[in-house]
Design a protein around this ligand. Structure first.
Ligand SMILES: [Zn+2]
Length: 264
């Protein structure tokens, strides 16, 4: 079997029989792929720790006729700070699942690999993890051609400026709306602030890790960004993103700590 080496992030793993695992990897060179990790369920296996989610590997992969085989894996990063914080684990798991859902197998996207990897590092030290996560969502969408249209109205194509601001968002069309078009499409338009659209644009373009880790947005803006992105994604990612439910429940607890603490 031909073998190649690649940097890869472990997105997911499922047990295969008593001893093995099937891992879903996102490799820098070959894109998303699934591989059998033989013996990886045995705690003594060299592959055991290397085949858990949120691990960066230097992987040797043997190409099989149906499934590839992960023959060797050297752990390069295991993101300890991320794994010490449940909220960050949920956000990182969502980042991985979103990537898994939008990528086809064996379709290389090295820029998306770099984006996910840098997002995992940024999450470990972000002042406001959700801001970094939304930047990731927007930049990933841009890489695969699903980014929201934010600089001109999605219906009439007139460019926005201070005298012609966006006041709505159409999730089905995938872009911001001017005042007349928001009125025209009132049944589907989500009202929003012009500032939110500007912030979405800024987050799409902001790639500097240090700035992203330091950036903090007002809670109301973050809530509106989340609402718009969620609706936008619903029209573009057909499959359910399971980790979102857990992340939402956790966010609710973060925003209302006392209320949740009082639940018997
Ligand atoms: Zn318009």
């Amino acid at each position: 079997m031909p073998t190649y080496k690649t940097a890869a992030l472990v997105l997911r793993r499922i047990p295969l029989g008593e001893k093995d695992k099937i891992v879903t990897l996102f490799s820098r060179d070959k894109g998303k792929l699934r591989a059998v990790a033989k013996g990886a369920r045995k705690p003594t296996s060299k592959l055991a720790g290397a085949t858990e989610p949120l691990v960066l590997l230097r992987a040797s992969i043997a190409e099989g006729s149906s499934l590839d085989v992960l023959s060797e894996a050297e752990v390069r990063e295991s993101f300890p700070k991320l794994k010490a914080d449940y909220g960050l684990i949920l956000r990182a798991s969502y980042a991985c699942e979103l990537l898994e859902k939008v990528m086809e197998e064996r379709d290389p996207h090295p820029e998306s690999f770099d984006l996910l990897l840098s997002t995992l590092y940024i999450l470990q030290r972000a002042a406001q993890p959700d801001t970094a996560l939304h930047a990731y969502e927007l930049q990933l969408l841009a890489q695969i051609g699903y980014e929201p249209q934010l600089s001109a109205c999605i219906r009439c194509d007139n460019p926005f400026d201070t005298d012609y601001p966006p006041v709505g968002y159409s999730p089905s069309r995938g872009g911001a709306l001017c005042i007349p078009c928001t009125e025209f499409l009132h049944a589907e338009a989500m009202p929003c602030n012009a500032t939110t659209i500007l912030l979405l644009e800024r987050l799409t373009l902001l790639t500097d890790a240090k700035s992203l880790a330091a950036l903090e947005l007002p809670t109301e803006a973050l809530t509106e960004i989340n609402r718009i992105l969620r609706a936008h994604l619903r029209y573009r990612v057909e499959r359910e993103i399971k980790s979102l439910g857990m992340l939402d429940a956790h966010r609710l607890g973060e925003s209302q700590p006392e209320k949740v603490a009082n639940v018997p």
